[in-house]
Design a protein around this ligand. Structure first.
Ligand code: AMP
Length: 445
């Protein structure tokens, strides 16, 4: 018997075990990200169309060709959300959550997104994304931590075949040099470019790098490396980001063409790809977008996030995988807040990076300012982070091999010695035990 109605082209039903798998992945990612201090946020699936055209950029494919816009009965111009970041930012600006904020805020979301694109395997008109957004943290370590968050989940799920691609597209101050170099690269070949790229060269040259038309000239040859054209600040950020990735043992490839399809990105961009997915090989995209909140009428705060396509992620996860990753052993519970590291000098910070990395790997949500600050200011900052403890490394303690461990809930402070010959792993394990003791006491009280 032929069905009278079918799912609309580009949409699909998930029934029984398929729906269960999607919900299980969502739950697992939500738990995983909660352990890094992320809170859930739910925003509407439709918004004012202008929110997307302004934030994503009206020269991008997502806005020019793919947006599902409609006019409601009162003549309002609305659109189904093509991605999650714009709505999350709008919600935070509207609720004044970021007003005057220097307090870190971390959110995760999950839900359907809509793009009018030509449907094919792995590309739908309604698809699901799980994403994270982190505000008020500018240090390059946060960028690496975000990559680590999903990379460690994938590894725990037994997926190690993906490639992590990274790039930096600089800030508005150094972007000009990069775009000029791109225009110079292509202007002389305008007649070999596809129609869209001919327009893009003048309007938004970064978008030419995104072109997917196989015989477009933009796909050929080398492109100027953004890295060489970055200002000192962005170049330093990018170098440190890559250094942290290496410390976290994340293999990555620097990809000069990686600019990503949305206009709001600044500095760090990254993408996860897997050859197992065929033509639609990218399954996660992310990056820094330090200017978006102020563009939407909020304060000027740094921000970074990623979104993973759950349809593509599920295509990667082996069907026999019954239990999706959990970051904590049964019963260990999530930390009630993060551990803050305060450093008296850059030298102290450099020495303790391997310890921080080990803390992070053992499931402790750890934060540090990432730039030189007075210890007093850092302690105030720790309060904003809802830290359960602060580990203070004074400049003179670099030689003395000891840290001050301050229980932020009781105010008690003890010295913890890093004994000679002790590895960063062992020292971090001792600190982790002390941190867990505080969080467990918190959970019980
Ligand atoms: P983007 O927001 O374009 O960076 O996309 C982030 C991720 O969402 C991609 O890596 C895909 O996994 C997923 N995604 C984007 N567009 C689609 C689509 N049309 N169908 C299925 N998944 C998609």
């Amino acid at each position: 018997m032929k069905a009278k109605y079918n799912a609309v082209r580009g949409t699909r039903d998930l029934i029984g075990k398929d729906a269960r798998r999607l919900l299980a992945v969502e739950r697992s990612l939500g738990d995983w990200c909660s352990s890094f201090g992320y809170e859930p946020i739910l925003t509407p699936v439709f918004e004012e169309e202008a929110l997307f055209t302004r934030s994503i950029g009206d020269a991008t494919d997502v806005v020019r060709k793919e947006i599902y816009q409609f006019t409601d009965k009162k003549g309002r111009k609305l659109a189904l959300r093509p991605e999650g970041t714009a709505g999350v930012c709008r919600a935070l600006v509207q609720s004044m959550k970021l007003a005057g904020a220097m307090t870190r805020q971390r959110y995760f979301y999950s839900g359907p997104m809509f793009r009018y694109d030509r449907p094919q395997a792995g590309r739908y008109r309604q698809f699901s994304q799980f994403g994270v957004e982190c505000f008020c943290e500018s240090g390059p370590y946060v960028d690496a931590e975000q990559v680590y968050m999903i990379d460690s989940w994938l590894r725990q799920a037994g997926l190690a075949d993906h490639e992590v691609r990274v790039n930096s597209i600089g800030c508005p101050a150094c972007r000009g040099g990069f775009t000029a170099a791109l225009q110079e690269r292509w202007r002389g070949h305008a007649d070999e470019l596809c129609g869209d790229c001919r327009e893009r060269i003048e309007k938004n040259p970064l978008r030419v790098l995104d072109c997917k038309v196989p015989d477009c000239y933009s796909q050929r040859g080398e492109v100027p490396a953004a890295e060489k054209l970055l200002c000192a600040c962005c170049a330093g950020h990018f170098q440190r980001f890559k250094g942290f990735l290496e410390a976290l043992e994340i293999k990555y490839r620097q990809d000069d063409r990686l600019v990503r399809g949305l206009d709001y990105y600044t500095q760090t961009t990254f993408e996860f790809v897997s050859t197992a997915l065929g033509a639609q090989s990218a399954f996660l995209g992310g990056g820094r977008y330090d200017g978006l909140i102020s563009q939407l009428g909020g304060p000027s705060v740094p921000a970074i996030g990623w979104a993973v396509g759950l349809d593509r992620l599920l295509a990667l996860v082996p069907p026999e995988l019954a239990n999706f990753p959990r970051r904590y052993a049964q019963g260990a519970g999530f930390p009630a807040g993060c551990c803050y590291m305060a450093f008296g000098s850059g030298e102290a910070e450099a020495k303790y990076i391997p310890v921080i990395i080990q803390l992070l790997k053992s499931g402790i949500d750890v934060h540090w300012p990432g730039k030189p600050e007075k210890i007093g200011k850092q302690l105030k900052d720790a309060n904003n982070f809802n830290a359960v403890c602060v580990i203070i490394v004074h400049e003179n303690e670099v030689q003395g091999n000891a840290v001050q461990f301050k229980n932020f809930k009781t105010g008690d402070m003890v010295q913890v010695a890093w004994e000679a010959g002790q590895s960063p792993e062992t020292f971090a394990a001792r600190l982790a035990e002390k941190i867990r003791a505080i969080t467990h006491a918190e959970c019980r009280s």
